[in-house]
Design a protein around this ligand. Structure first.
Ligand code: TXA
Ligand code: MG
Length: 350
């Protein structure tokens, strides 16, 4: 079986040949993987229901988990949304293009195949000239989830896309634009309610949303609100972001040392942590992957999925991961690590 074609691109100054090849495949119902400022996406023309269902097949994604529509311009929002609430208008004007997805009431049956039966639709304008030009030339939104097999850490490099999806028959083309600068997915915000609600923390910090909407304009669900959140965002119900080895979370350098001491007898142990925590770790044969300095949450975001995948490929028996402080992109990094650990973590030893 031959895999997809891989073509190098500059995401900011894409070669017209790469755009037209991508548009050709999308218009004929095939799938194209492409870099965005967050993670790689696995795209289909949102106008072709069969192509959209091929995305679910390729990823083995549960059918109840809807896709994000990628638009070329904020003004395209009116074509997919039944109405554009004030909060959507403010956020889209202030923060698009960027790592922010808005949930709005869908307009009629427009692009219903990507909505998994929901009356709402997820939309974003990515900060990538490449994908915006593809959408413009295609003349329809591109429906795209992250380009990983369902449940796996998201793909932030073309090699990760190929590792997970190269056997997907419908995948015609992988545009290789190098590593994604953001590294975690977009922040998903439901603007159908007032205040708006963050359904998934991501590359756009909630601090920026609060600046745009005011201190009472958006809420971050915690504690018992989480249950309601799980009903509203189908994706959060599913297994997510997990490498094939257990992930053990720690909050301090002391806990990191203790978990390393506990696990080291079992084989190679991976450590995903800040530079500060790695500097104090006594463990010569730990397989280390740095999340950067504690003061730079954006660096942690750009490295977290590469770290999970790289440590997994190094053959470790477990990954001990340090939770970052939950500010700026650190909230998204902590969220992804928690979900990775929820699934795979070994039960605490008695
Ligand atoms: O940065 C990103 O958002 C990347 C790039 C490729 O754009 N895409 C991405 O897609 O992360 P995906 O499918 O992996 O995550 C989309 C999330 C899921 O949690 C899904 O459940 C949620 O958005 N979602 C989509 N439509 C929704 C809707 N109508 N209501 C609530 N949540 C929705
Ligand atoms: Mg995903």
């Amino acid at each position: 079986m031959t895999g997809p074609r891989v073509v190098k691109v500059d995401p900011d100054r894409p070669h017209p040949g790469a755009i037209s090849e991508a548009v050709h495949w999308l218009a004929t119902g095939r799938l194209v993987a492409f870099p965005t400022e967050t993670v790689y996406g696995l795209g289909a023309s949102a106008a072709l229901p069969q192509a959209v269902s091929a995305v679910y097949q390729a990823k083995r994604r549960p059918a109840d988990n809807p896709l994000i529509l990628h638009l070329a311009d904020a003004s395209d929002l009116a074509q997919v949304a039944a109405e554009v609430p004030q909060a959507a208008l403010k956020l889209s004007q202030a923060l698009w293009p960027g790592p922010l997805t808005l949930i709005v009431e869908a307009k009629g049956e427009a692009y219903a195949a990507a909505r998994a039966g929901l009356p709402t639709v997820a939309v974003r304008v990515p900060n990538s000239a490449l994908i915006r030009e593809i959408v413009r030339a295609l003349g329809a939104p591109v429906a795209a989830p992250s380009a990983n097999r369902s449940g796996r850490p998201s793909a932030t490099r073309a090699v990760d896309v190929l590792a997970d999806l190269s056997d997907a028959a419908q995948l015609a083309l992988v545009l290789d634009g190098g590593p994604c600068p953001g590294g975690v997915e977009s922040t998903v915000v439901d603007v159908t309610t007032d205040p708006a609600v963050v359904l998934r923390p991501g590359g756009m910090p909630i601090e920026r949303l609060l600046e745009t909407l005011g201190p009472n304009g958006v809420i971050r669900p915690q504690g018992q609100d989480r249950e309601a959140l799980l009903r509203r965002s189908p994706g959060t119900r599913h297994r997510h972001y997990a490498p094939s080895v257990p992930v053990v979370l720690v909050e301090t350098a002391g806990e990191l040392q203790a978990q390393w001491d506990r696990l080291k007898g079992q084989g190679l142990v991976g450590v995903l942590a800040s530079d500060e925590a790695l500097a104090t770790l006594q463990g010569a044969d730990a397989v280390r992957f740095s999340l950067g300095p504690k003061s730079r949450p954006a660096v942690a975001a750009s490295r977290v999925f590469i770290g999970l995948r790289q440590l997994e490929s190094a053959g470790v028996v477990a990954i001990v991961a340090e939770l970052p402080e939950e500010r700026l992109q650190g909230w998204a990094v902590a969220d992804r690590l928690r979900r990775a650990a929820e699934i795979a973590a070994p039960r605490p030893q008695p």
